[in-house]
Design a protein around this ligand. Sequence first.
Ligand code: IPE
Ligand code: MG
Length: 222
Amino acid sequence: MDGNGRWATRRGLPRVAGHHEGVKSARSIVRAASALGLRYLTLYAFSTENWSRPADEVSMLMSLLERSVNAELPELMARNARLRVLGRTHGLPAGVRRGVEHVVHETRNNTGLNVLMAFNYGARDELIDAFRSLARQIVAGELKPEDISEKKISEALYTADIPDPDLLIRTSGEMRISNFLLWQIAYTELWVTPTLWPDFRPADLYRAVAEFQGRTRRFGKV
Ligand code: IPE
Ligand code: MG
């Protein structure tokens, strides 16, 4: 969900205005994804690198994310959607963590769209956490080094029981991955749009999905 800051700056507004507008985009895209019947929608909300932004922007983002997630609870319930968090939740401020975990808990039995919120997420940190957990299993004698497989690594990630993404949408035109789901996107289709996140509409999602449906995925075969 990139481009909030640029969206605001182009209008002569403070960056926070872009983040507020970005929340509206996120809400409409969750609705659209649910209506389309998608099973999983991952939103990259806050990366581990985002902590190095100015302190006032960080604390504003934290409270905005927590408030927005809580404000969505009734609609998530109405849509039978489940919220899950990918990331180091223990690294979040306690109040933010409690607020988000409340929504995760309330929606845990919902069987529709899974909204995965990457929050305090970094793919390399996720891999570090996975390697640590595999190493602990080896030390405990529960796992042999030669039994480490793609499956074992996948199961040690935050996305343990979640399929790899089919499609990755990057807004604001940046041609990079920015430490997002590095293991999981090995064969993911990429779709980059110059549209800034606050301007991203359900029509853009439909266009991305339609183009995705027209692609031939070979997974390294012919
Ligand atoms: C994405 O927009 C929002 C978050 C990282 C939370 P940015 O804030 O990165 O916007 P730009 O890249 O400065 O335009
Ligand atoms: Mg950015």
